[in-house]
Design a protein around this ligand. Structure first.
Ligand code: SAM
Length: 281
């Protein structure tokens, strides 16, 4: 489904969400901080940034990951649709080797000879209307041996449908929905790719050594999480969340079919691939 008109409304959503996004999503409490740690660990394990590399980040948002990768490579070009998100990112990441660019990845026109050693995007791919075109574009921007790492929301998964379920439960209990600070939810366009679809799209776009694995890999049962079933409180949450984080990293050594099955229990998953050539990686 191609929805180019969604780009303006998505930009408006993220402009409005920019000031609160990092805290709300990644730094609000023990649950969101564990989500951050799990996402960071899988990103670094799968991307494996090297000191001599130039990396491309698509949808950097408030720079949640830009400082981590730029500290491990020679340069990062970090792209985002939202001017307000980029303003947050510039506040958060002051490293001299980062170039922030305001652009829609689908229409971004880098200098003709621009090539990267690797590319990554976290929680952005679900917003790209034409995912195959985006992957072909990425493929053409990467050098031989270049890795791409995409972390995106999972479907199908035990996490799907919980927002509607929680709203129904709240209505039943006569408790109003607390809502969410920031942008209006009606501007929020999203279409998830299943892990097997994304893996297939990566192969069809010319990537090899393609794989998928869970990232935020746990049931949605922690109090303080994003619309989770509030069954487990803070005391029990700490060791459980640590264990789940370690389990997610451990899945990277599981066989491919088991990693694929495991994504059914994940809120987000990672898909990776490599441009052929460039020696062993
Ligand atoms: C959910 S936020 C994720 C931000 C950051 N990657 C993180 O994980 O914290 C999604 C970001 O992707 C950006 N985005 C969405 N579609 C984009 C596009 N076509 N080109 C560039 N950025 C885009 C949004 O502006 C927003 O900042």
């Amino acid at each position: 489904m191609i929805k180019p008109e969604s780009i303006d409304s998505l930009q408006a959503f993220y402009d409005a969400d920019a000031a609160g996004y990092f805290t709300h999503r990644w730094d609000r409490n023990i649950v969101t901080r564990a989500d951050f740690a799990a996402t960071r660990d899988i990103l670094l394990e799968t991307l494996r940034p090297q000191p001599e590399q130039r990396l491309l980040e698509i949808g950097c948002g408030p720079g949640s990951w830009t400082g981590l990768t730029s500290a491990r490579c020679v340069a990062v070009t970090a792209l985002d649709l939202s001017a307000e998100m980029l303003a947050e990112a510039r506040r958060r990441v002051t490293a001299a080797n980062v170039t922030f660019v305001r652009a829609d990845f689908a229409t971004w026109e880098p200098a003709a000879d621009t090539r990267f050693d690797g590319a990554y995007s976290v929680r952005v791919f679900e917003h790209l209307p034409d995912k195959t075109a985006a992957l072909r574009r990425l493929r053409s921007l990467l050098l031989p041996g270049g890795r791409v790492v995409i972390i995106t929301k999972t479907a199908p998964s035990i996490w799907n449908g919980r927002v509607r379920m929680m709203q129904a439960l709240r209505r039943l209990m006569g408790r109003p929905d607390p809502g969410r600070a920031g942008g209006k939810i009606e501007n929020f366009w999203m279409q998830r790719a299943t892990p097997w679809q994304l893996a297939k799209m990566l192969r069809q776009s010319g990537f090899v050594n393609v794989g998928v694995a869970p990232v935020i890999f746990r049931p949605p049962v922690f109090r303080g999480g994003e619309s989770e079933y509030p069954l487990i409180g803070e005391r029990l949450a700490a060791p459980l969340l640590r264990w789940h984080g370690r389990l997610a990293v451990a899945t990277l050594r599981w066989p491919a079919w088991l990693r694929l099955v495991a994504t059914l229990g994940s809120e987000s998953y990672v898909a990776w691939g490599m441009v052929p050539g460039g020696g062993p990686q």
